[in-house]
Design a protein around this ligand. Structure first.
Ligand code: URA
Length: 484
C-alpha cells in the first residue's frame, strides 16, 4: 500500500449503495477506495434504508482518484465467496468489516487462511448466520392460496432476519416454477408470474392472507404424521425455532400435540398410527401440497417434489421408489434410465403406459453429492412412512383395481411394512381398499446386472408384467351375471 496523502487521512467519504445486499456496488466502490488509499475508518457506507450523516466530518460524496501507480487491488476467491454471504447480514457494520479485511489483504495475502484472526472469524460467523437464515426461509415459507381474476395465486409471509430475500429468489423459482406466487416480507417482496420474477415494496403481515384449504390440509397432515413416541422437544425447537411458529399453520397444533403426546402414544400403540387429517380432494391439490412438503429430511433438501402422472381413471397404478436425478429436473416420474427399462417392458407386455397412473412411494429425490453428480440414496423406512400419506391420497382418488409395486421401498409405501420382494413377487396380495397388489423388482435393479444374471432377471421381470397384463384384462371383464 502506498503512503496516503494528508487530505485523504482527514476526509470522510460517503459511499451510497443501491440496496442493502448490493454486493457489486460495494465491490466496485471498495476497489476504487483501495486504489485511492482511503483508510478503512474514513469511509461511511450507506444504503437507502440507513442514510446517516456525520455533520461534523469533512464529507466527500465523490470517489477519490487513484493514487499514482496504484496497483490493482488484491483479493482472494475465499474472501469474495464469503463476502457475498456477509453482505446479506443485517449488521450495519458489515460493509466496513469487509473493507477492513480487503484493506488488510493488500499487505497480507493469506489473511483468509488465518482462522484465529478476529476479522476473519467475524466474517465466517456472519456468513454462517446468513446461511442459516436462508435455510430457515426455504424450510418455513408457507404459501396460502388466493383466487384472483387470473386464477390461483400463492402468497406467503416471511420475516427474514437478514437481507436474504433476493438471494433466495432463484430457489423458490426453481421449486415452484409452475405456480404463481408472491413472498411478502417487511423488507421487500418477490412476485413470480410463472415467467418473470419481479421485486416489489415491503409488505406487512396484514397484506398476506391467513388460512385457506391448503393450510387446513397442512394441519391435518401434520397432526397425522406427528409421532409422539419420537418427540424430542429440544431438537424440535432447534430445527423449528419459536420465532417462526407464528407463520406456520401446523405450529398452532404443536403445544396441543405435545400436551396430548403421552395419551396419543398409548392410543397409537393400541390402534396403530392412524391418519386423522383430511385428504386432498384432487390430484392437483396433492401436486400443489407436496411441493411445500417438508415433513422429512428429503423434503427439506431443496429438490422439487415429483407428482404422479396418468389418467385419474387408470385401472393400473405403478409405484416406484422415488424420483431420480432426471425426474427431479423434469418434474415427472420415470423418465431416466430405469424409466426407459420400465417403459420398454410395459410395451412388450402390452400394458399401455398412457392408460396407467405412475407414481412413487417418496415424492422427493434423496441423493448424495459426488462431484457434479447427484447419486441416488435409498429412502429410510421412516421417510417412506411419512410420504405414505400422499401415496394413499393418490390411491384414494385414482382407485386403481391393480397396483404394481416396483421394489422394496414401493412395497413398504403400500403395505406399511418391509417385505422380501423375491418372496412375495408373482402373486396377488390384497390392499385395505380391496385392490390387488402385485410386487416385482425395481427396474434399476436390472440396470445394475449384466450378462446372464441380467438376462435371467429381465425374463422374470417380463414374466411378472405379462401376468399383470392378463390379470388386468380379467379384471376389466364384467363379472358373471352383471349387466352392462
Ligand atoms: N425410479 C423410481 O423409482 N421412480 C422414478 O420416478 C424414477 C426412477
Amino acid at each position: 500500500m502506498k503512503p496516503v496523502c494528508d487530505t485523504r487521512l482527514a476526509q470522510t467519504f460517503h459511499v451510497s449503495l443501491d440496496r442493502p445486499d448490493d454486493f457489486e456496488g460495494w465491490r466496485d466502490a471498495a476497489r476504487g477506495m483501495i486504489r485511492a488509499g482511503v483508510l478503512p475508518d474514513r469511509i461511511v457506507w450507506e444504503t437507502p434504508a440507513d442514510q446517516r450523516m456525520d455533520l461534523f466530518a469533512q464529507v466527500s460524496r465523490h470517489s477519490p482518484p487513484p493514487l499514482p501507480d496504484a496497483p490493482p487491488p488484491r483479493t482472494s476467491r475465499n474472501f469474495l465467496q464469503l463476502a457475498q454471504s456477509v453482505i446479506l447480514h443485517s449488521d450495519s457494520e458489515r460493509f466496513s468489516l469487509l473493507y477492513r479485511v480487503l484493506w488488510r489483504l493488500q499487505s497480507h495475502s493469506r489473511l483468509m487462511e488465518d482462522r484465529a484472526d478476529a476479522d476473519v472469524r467475524l466474517m465466517e460467523d456472519l456468513a454462517r448466520q446468513v446461511r442459516r437464515d436462508i435455510h430457515k426461509m426455504r424450510a418455513f415459507v408457507r404459501f396460502r392460496c388466493v383466487e384472483n381474476e387470473d386464477g390461483e395465486h400463492y402468497v406467503a409471509w416471511f420475516e427474514p432476519e437478514h437481507h436474504i430475500l433476493r438471494a433466495n429468489g432463484g430457489f423458490f423459482v426453481r421449486r415452484f416454477a409452475a405456480m404463481r406466487w408472491s413472498i411478502l416480507t417487511p423488507r421487500a417482496s418477490l412476485h413470480w408470474d410463472g415467467d418473470t420474477l419481479h421485486e416489489g415494496p415491503p409488505a406487512s403481515r396484514a397484506d398476506a392472507p391467513s388460512g385457506d384449504p391448503v393450510e387446513a390440509l397442512w394441519r391435518g397432515y401434520y397432526a397425522a404424521i406427528f409421532n409422539p413416541s419420537r418427540l424430542k422437544v429440544g431438537a424440535m425447537l432447534k430445527e423449528m425455532p419459536r420465532r417462526y411458529w407464528k407463520n406456520l399453520p401446523e405450529a398452532a397444533l404443536i403445544p396441543e400435540l405435545i400436551a396430548g403426546a403421552q395419551a396419543r402414544e398409548a392410543q397409537m400403540v393400541q390402534a396403530g398410527a392412524q391418519e386423522t387429517g383430511e385428504r386432498p380432494q384432487s390430484l392437483e391439490a396433492i401436486g400443489a401440497a407436496i411441493l411445500a412438503c417438508r415433513r422429512c429430511a428429503i423434503g427439506c433438501n431443496g429438490t422439487r417434489a415429483v407428482m404422479g402422472e396418468g389418467p385419474e381413471t387408470s385401472a393400473l397404478m405403478i409405484v416406484g421408489e422415488q424420483p431420480g436425478d432426471i425426474e427431479e429436473r423434469e418434474g415427472r416420474p420415470f423418465l431416466g434410465p430405469a424409466g426407459q427399462v420400465l417403459r420398454a417392458h410395459l410395451e412388450r407386455a402390452g400394458i399401455p403406459i398412457g392408460q396407467t397412473y405412475v407414481t412413487n412411494a417418496v415424492k422427493h429425490f434423496k441423493f448424495e453429492n459426488r462431484g457434479k453428480q447427484r447419486l441416488h440414496h435409498n429412502p429410510a423406512a421412516r421417510e417412506i412412512d411419512t410420504c405414505r400419506w400422499w401415496l394413499d391420497s393418490e390411491r384414494a382418488l385414482v382407485r386403481p383395481r391393480l397396483v404394481l409395486a416396483l421394489g422394496a421401498s414401493a412395497a413398504r409405501g403400500l403395505l406399511g411394512r418391509t417385505v422380501s420382494v423375491q418372496q412375495v413377487r408373482g402373486a396377488a396380495h390384497r390392499l385395505d381398499d380391496g385392490s390387488e397388489l402385485w410386487i416385482t423388482t425395481h427396474p434399476s435393479y436390472l440396470l445394475r446386472l449384466d450378462g446372464e444374471g441380467r438376462e435371467a432377471e429381465e425374463a422374470r421381470f417380463s414374466d411378472d408384467l405379462h401376468k399383470i397384463a392378463s390379470r388386468l384384462s380379467e379384471l376389466s371383464k364384467p363379472a358373471a351375471g352383471s349387466h352392462a
